[in-house]
Ligand binder design. Sequence first.
Ligand code: 9MR
Length: 459
Amino acid sequence: MIGSSRLTRPARAATFAAALLMLVGMTTVSTTTHTASAADAPGAATTSDTAQLQQDTLAAAAERTGRYFGAAVAAHKLSDSTYVGILNREFNSVTAENEMKIDALEPQQGQFTYGNADRIVNHAIQQGKDVRGHTLAWHSQQPQWMQNMSGSALRQAMLHHVTQVASYYRGKIHSWDVVNEAFADGNSGARRDSNLQRTGDDWIEAAFRAARAADPNAKLCYNDYNTDNWQHAKTQAVYRMVQDFKSRGVPIDCVGFQAHFNSGNPVPNNYHTTLQNFADLGVDVQITELDIEGSGNSQAEQYRGVTQACLAVTRCTGITVWGIRDSDSWRASGTPLLFDDNGGKKAAYYGVMEALGGDGGTNPPEEPGPGDCTTTYTAGQQWNDRFNGEVRVSGTDNWIVTVTIGSRQQVINTWNATVSWDSSGRVMTARPNGNGNTFGLTILHGGDWAWPSLNCRTA
Ligand code: 9MR
């Protein structure tokens, strides 16, 4: 283990600094995780030493901080061995992606079908993992019979559902998303209009009381999206509701932040403030559906920042990512998860792992070798359809830098380097062309503003 930590520590320091910059909003500079210093240190471990070490996992690293690390799981994928292999190895909490929603569990009024949900819950229990229950009351994914209901009949049906499901799973659920997405988007700070909301403002607290009565030991959460930015009206409105619930003794234990991020909805630089302010109300906070569209270093830095924000809040008790491989995601085209389509660990995975203080194991970009070099990316001018970036190389004058871009992106111009492309069209290899150690490129972004991922070696 000694050799391993020697290998990763310098990289951690560099990337920690980059993450801190991100958290305070200075998102223009990113440094790759390559560094030569560890390899130069006398007695440092060799690559083969490192390869023999047992690899750390997200679950183990999170657990050492007193937190869980979970994933959303689909029952029909439990027969996919790659999927289950990653699930069993890396995660110690599970959320059913769709199988515990109202339409899945009570398709006909009063008739409950637990088959697919049970497959997930039983798998989790057999593997010693916690289960997050998602979700007891929601305006969406209601079965047809519920969609057609209103007034007191709907209120009773909703409470019956909460009671039946929470009782059925009593003792097996770590945390329930009792109510999901009950606030409107935009600046109103109002409740979302829905058939449930039209049964009266108190429908949310009624659901929480019913859930507490049915499963007194489960933590009861309110869960929503677009509540990450402390300045947003929706965030403030949810905060006031939780404050009110706590002051009146409505049984609420936790707030779930879904955390679905992309270029239009980036990780806010006040994210930590949001989590801390909610925690200060006397509830746990959980990141419940994390995904961040993008690729490479930019995506990794955002994952790192979110993880660090959670770690900085004592009552942030765990993180769940919304799927395992990119191809499992509800937003697969945005490649928003920690594992690629083949189940390989992405830069984003190592960003999370390093933030957790874990040992990235045999992450290839962290294995210093002869001829190692460092790249620094600086974002340049931006237009509607494209952006410029510059890559500065240090450690050698004789570099080969690979630049990997997103699937929707295209490099339309380069300067100060000789470049060639692989057959995928996503990996550009750049070499010096006599104009020094800084080269530039223009990327047509196709809606994906993520910075390219960089890798440097000496020729
Ligand atoms: O990932 C889920 C997707 O498979 C479903 O089609 C969709 C239907 O509503 O729900 C997705 O999960 C949502 C979660 O339950 C609540 N927050 C938003 C998630 C992404 O849409």
